[in-house]
Each structure stands twice: as C-alpha cells, then as structure tokens.
Design a protein around this ligand. Sequence first.
Ligand SMILES: C[S@@+](CC[C@H](N)C(=O)[O-])C[C@H]1O[C@@H](n2cnc3c(N)ncnc32)[C@H](O)[C@@H]1O
Length: 226
Amino acid sequence: MRSDHSDCEPVDALTRRAQEAYTERRLAVYDAVVLGLFCSLVWRCPRREMVRMYRRGTGARHLDIGPGTGYFLDRCRFRVPHPEITLLDLSQECLDASAHRLARYRVSTCRANLLEALPLPSGHFDSVAMNLVLHTVPGGWAAKSGVFGEVARVLRPGGTLFGTTVLAAGVPMNRLTRRLLAEQHRRGNFQNQGDDPDGLARGLRAHFPASRVVVRGNVAMFRATA
Ligand SMILES: C[S@@+](CC[C@H](N)C(=O)[O-])C[C@H]1O[C@@H](n2cnc3c(N)ncnc32)[C@H](O)[C@@H]1O
C-alpha cells in the first residue's frame, strides 16, 4: 500500500449521520446483508450485475469513490497485472477495510468528502467507480451532480465513470421496497428522496459527452465517457 492522503473539512450533520452507518461491526456484515440480501431482494439489482459492471469498466489506473468494504474491486478481474488503485472515502473505517482487502495491489487511500473538490490530479485516471454511493449523500441531483464535474476532471480523455445508485422516485416499487426505503430515510442512511433516473441522466449529460443510465429494479446503473 502506498501514500495516505487526508483532506477533510468538517462535514454537515446529514453527511455525518450517513457516515455513522460504517462502523467496524456493520462493515463485518455489509457484504452479506447489504450486497447479498438487500441488493437482490429489496432493490432488485443483484450484486453479480455490479461485479459484471466492474469487470467491464475498470482500467489500469482506477479511482474508487466510496469503496465500502472493497468487495467489488476484490472480485474484479483487471486487464493489467499491476493496476494502480486509489480509494477515496470520508470514512476511515471504509478506507482501512478496503485497503486491507486489496493489499495485493498498489493501493493509495485518500480521505475526502466527495461533495467537495477532489484532492486528486486532473486527467489521471482511466476509470472511476461510484457504486451504491450517491443515494447515501445529501442534496438533490443539482448538488450531487457536482461530483460528476470533478470526476470528469480527474478522468483522462476517453476514460470511464461507472456505478449504481438506489433511486426513490420515477421507478416502480413494491411494498417491501417502499417500506425498507422509508426505514433507510428514517435512519438517515439514505438521502435519496426525489432521486429519479431522469435527474441522474441530466446530471451526467451536463458533464460528459456520452452517458447511459439503465434502470434495474429501483437501482440506476450508469456509465459515462469523458
Ligand atoms: C453504501 S456504501 C457503498 C460501498 C461500495 N461502493 C459498494 O458498492 O459496496 C457507500 C460508501 O460511500 C462512502 N461515502 C458516503 N458519503 C461519502 C462522502 N460524502 N464522501 C466520500 N465518501 C462517502 C461511504 O463511506 C461508503 O464507503
């Protein structure tokens, strides 16, 4: 593992509250409960779809924004033998867990808030992933889309952004999904009230020449090229 960079301004109450979900104890069950059960049964987008997206999208210099436990990068097959991986997260617990899991690669960590300017060089990365991240950060699409501008800046021309986010509007939901979504809002884990596929598509179009959003269950899978 190489270099550890921390660039954190104090964060607002909503952002802080969402971060409280990532304790060591919860991270220990995250892969089984969130990625195993919730993705398949509640959000109706199985994690194997996300593994496939990672295998297709990751390049030699990869930035993962909000890596959580590092599950997807761990299961990713890179096209080069020695990928350079940067992990950016506000949670030190997530950075520690994912960097430890990916220690077989060249990994750098960067502690930063994705809602601020990213403390990373321009035009550096071949790929950037934001998987299951945007629904956890506060603000509507206008605020959240700011990160797309920063991602477009740090990607090399022709580089790829990909990811998923759980939507709360403009998608069909069953009773179980509605109930558990409301529960996530009550707990402050999710901040995606009003997040719809059209707003996401508009946000991507504002910053990338080419982009695509596909809805699976109530998850948006997106991809954009810088
Ligand atoms: C639901 S987890 C997703 C983890 C992983 N990408 C996955 O697909 O399993 C959300 C991740 O985003 C990070 N995160 C949430 N808000 C953030 C923020 N404002 N700045 C940086 N990272 C943030 C969390 O710490 C966590 O690692």
